[in-house]
Design a binder for this molecule. Structure first.
Ligand code: LLP
Length: 471
């Protein structure tokens, strides 16, 4: 985008950052459909609406900050993932594919019901997530339990409830799960999570397939093969497959292809050594979404095809029957479906630098900018504006200078206290990682669909805070 689109030039042009905000967009009122959820649009009067309801009405009804989740978009994304993987799985007889939504991205009882209705399975990584899933009627056999340090109580609960699979993450856990299953008179279906030694191109904290980290058992040095040997000997376990999750916010399918290649290599070793063909592989989640207009995520169809092709090729080469494939997208389903709505409180211009726009939330409702240097977009949504673009930093109200929501953004220069601004693509890992820092009250999640809005997670209250503080 050329800067000449703004003859006056943006304010603070001398400090323009690199990347997405190197130049202001031609029209600040425009909402990029890749970044905003499906039913979001700007009305003729300039006010943005979601699911047929204006943000001004939503703010009046539910207050700010608040997350607004586009239910139609959520369901459409569930269907797109399920259909993409099922169609791919139907190409050859007897094969199938399962989509497990990763609950850590965002989970509530309403979400569980939608998943159930849309035919998705669920991946949980704590008893809290398991309890939410069961409370909303997800059948236990469609739940997978993850975690690198599941407690005895968690394992007992999961085995007792009859979860469909437990993903084993260490040598100790192999024995622990086997003993608990035996004690409960069950044979628990399990997968073994391996690290395949792929360097995923993403932030260090969300990359999980290189060997030097806490998740999984390395393929390198024969450790994963040894884990399989041990699991196959234990009566309490039914080893159904191998699991790999290479990281998060990944755009390129090549890392998954290497992972699939190495996982199938292990299946072949297992067949050769034990005469057993494990029936399943899980390639985890991690597919990236568009947080800014520069991000270009793959469609589920394309991902499904790439993964299936590589698994077919590798299995054909190894003389193995193609196993049932599963994937665990979290962010790619819920991330794009929600935005956070904030009210502008102060606008502080630092001449020659930038303008600090303070909102009524911050790192307590979105820690991702501070934690991962995540980039976000932002727009004025309570009205349209023809003012010149102003280089802004959207910051929260917490006592921390790293309390940044959007590091570099262009907002209209006439932005004023009381305006509503919205940050899109906050459906994943924002409410689920929200905190009470500074005793902030965590915002509600409001589902909007066909002109109806309802809280699916209500706003916290002072009473909620004080109830935990037992004096
Ligand atoms: N499967 C497993 C085993 C996982 O560990 C994860 C994410 C997923 C699936 C889902 O990944 P997704 O499709 O959502 O990328 N808090 C970080 C992300 C941490 C992801 C942890 N595991 C963030 O905000 O970016």
């Amino acid at each position: 985008m050329s800067r000449s689109a703004h003859p006056a030039g943006p304010r603070h042009a001398d400090v323009l950052p690199e990347g997405h905000y190197a130049a202001p967009p031609a029209d600040l009122n425009q909402l990029d459909p890749r970044v905003w959820s499906r039913t979001v649009g700007r009305n003729a009067d300039g006010v943005v609406a979601v699911g047929g309801i204006d943000v001004t009405t939503l703010a009046e009804q539910f207050g700010t900050p608040a997350y607004f989740l586009d239910e139609a978009d959520f369901r459409a994304r569930c269907r797109a993932w399920r259909e993409a993987f099922q169609e791919q799985g139907e190409e050859r007889e007897g094969e199938g594919a399962d989509v497990f939504y990763a609950g850590k991205a965002f989970l509530s009882r309403a979400v569980v019901r939608w998943l159930n209705e849309e035919g998705l399975n669920l991946d949980v990584c704590s008893t809290g997530e398991l309890a939410t899933a069961l409370a909303a009627g997800m059948p236990a056999e469609r739940i997978a339990l993850h975690g690198n340090n599941k407690s005895t109580a968690e394992i007992e609960r999961a085995v007792g409830e009859g979860v469909g699979r437990i993903v084993l993450d260490s040598f100790q856990e192999i024995v622990r799960v086997a003993h608990i299953a035996q004690r409960l008179g069950k044979r628990q279906k399990v997968q073994i999570r391996v690290t395949v030694g792929v360097e995923a191109h993403t932030h260090e904290f969300i990359a999980t397939a290189h060997e030097d980290q806490k998740f999984g058992i390395p393929l390198a040095g024969g450790q994963a093969a040894e884990a399989v040997r041990r699991a196959l000997k234990l009566d309490g376990l039914e080893l159904i497959g191998i699991h790999s999750h290479i990281g998060s916010q990944i755009f390129d399918t090549s890392g998954f292809e290497v992972a699939a290649h190495r996982v199938v290599g292990l299946l072949k070793e297992i067949r050769d050594e034990h005469g057993v063909e494990l029936p399943e592989i899980d390639l985890g989640g991690g597919l990236g979404i568009a947080y800014t207009s520069e991000d270009d995520p793959r469609e589920p169809q394309e991902i499904a095809k790439a993964l299936r092709d590589i698994v077919h090729r590798e299995c054909d080469a190894a003389g193995l029957a193609v196993p049932r494939l599963s994937v665990e997208p979290g962010r790619a389903i819920v991330g794009p479906t929600a935005f956070t709505l904030y009210e502008v409180g102060t606008v502080k211009e630092l001449p020659g630098l930038r303008t600090y726009v303070s909102v009524d939330g911050g790192m307590s409702d979105n820690i991702r900018t501070a934690l991962y240097d995540a980039e976000y977009s932002v727009a004025l949504v309570s009205r349209a504006s023809t003012a010149e673009p102003m280089l802004s930093r959207v910051v929260g109200k917490h006592c921390e200078s790293g309390d940044i929501v959007v590091r570099d953004a262009f907002l209209p220069a006439d932005l004023a206290p009381g305006d509503l601004i919205a940050v899109p693509a906050t459906g994943a890992y924002c409410r689920s990682m929200a905190s009470n820092y500074n005793h902030a009250l965590r915002p509600p999640v409001v589902a909007v669909r066909d002109g109806q809005a309802r809280e699916i997670v209500r706003r916290e209250t002072e009473e909620d805070l004080l109830r935990l503080d037992v004096g």
